[in-house]
Design a protein around this ligand. Sequence first.
Ligand code: NAD
Length: 352
Amino acid sequence: MIELSYSLSRGKTEILIEKGSLSILSKLEERSFVVYAAGLRKMVSDLVDSSRHVTYPLDDGEDGKDADSVIDICRKLSEEGFKRGSTLVSVGGGTTSDVAGMAASIYMRGMKLISVPTTLLAMVDASLGGKTGVNLRGIKNMIGTFYSPSRVIIDPEIIRSLPDNLMSDGLGEIAKYAIAMDDEMFEALLNNGPELFMSGNRNLEHWISRCVKIKMDIVSKDEFELTGKRSILNFGHTIGHAIEASSGFSLSHGVSVAYGMMFELDMGLKMGLTSEDTVTRARELLKRLNLPSGIDSSRFKEHTASIIDLVYSDKKNSGRKIRIPIPDRIGHCNLVEIDTEDVKNYLESALK
Ligand SMILES: NC(=O)c1ccc[n+]([C@@H]2O[C@H](COP(=O)([O-])OP(=O)(O)OC[C@H]3O[C@@H](n4cnc5c(N)ncnc54)[C@H](O)[C@@H]3O)[C@@H](O)[C@H]2O)c1
């Protein structure tokens, strides 16, 4: 069992990482509103006493991750008489924590939130740090809030039922931490491969907690993304998000971030910001994790214009410069301001 605690603007976020901790769902004391990923219906109905608590299944994928879902949850909360001091529990992956977190943040200007992440991506990233986001008019994460849960309960064993593509999504974010922020985890991943994060590994709690600490240490220094410190977490995401969106979301998040990391490292190499050895070693790790490890320009050629447009329109960018985290060596990353024209020129030549 690993317990972590972080002080954030709304108070403490307590994080428990323990095999079997999912049983918390059968021990909820006060009457709670449980939003869960529809695919987890059986698991939730086995654990949550629906005669005492209200359960709300959320449609899977980007369909469920819509502003309408947030309003529908708020409507149901109101119909069921929930108050500001009541608890909303989110059970699922990043889609569920984004939607449920946003509903909890706006219902009566904020209710108590407990997050129970059930995908690897949600355990190491999406359920942490308080960013919520839902789609509006089909535009991804168009509206959102910052609202940290008071408790995050991580039962690592739940990932045993995850299909390979969802494991890859989590591994994409984990590779990001390793390449840009943690050289020891980089070596461990290179030696053990994806098995390091598979259910059954007796050190799984340790490795998940290592990712949680990386993210939460950064978030607690810049909760609202105001000083730039939190932007380091976006390594691979500036170009990765653009690739994901330009594929119409047919490429998954983890795969897109892996491409994004390789493009951003290649750009760093061409601009003299990162070493050749760093690029080679990062490629080796991504290959070991069965993630894309090359820049594969032919694949994106026909999307060049939309990728460039999407990089420009990223809500985190403004003015004539784009801030991009670029590792200078494995385990270390600098936030670099690059002229938008230079990024454009790089992408035009790399995607040729
Ligand atoms: N707010 C943030 O900080 C943040 C960070 C990263 C990603 N995200 C968001 O997270 C979303 C992706 O989340 P995700 O990758 O966790 O997937 P997801 O939440 O979309 O879930 C994908 C599928 O996994 C199923 N599932 C969940 N747990 C399972 C389990 N234990 N076993 C088997 N199936 C299970 C769900 O029912 C669903 O069908 C994206 O919308 C992304 O934008 C948010």
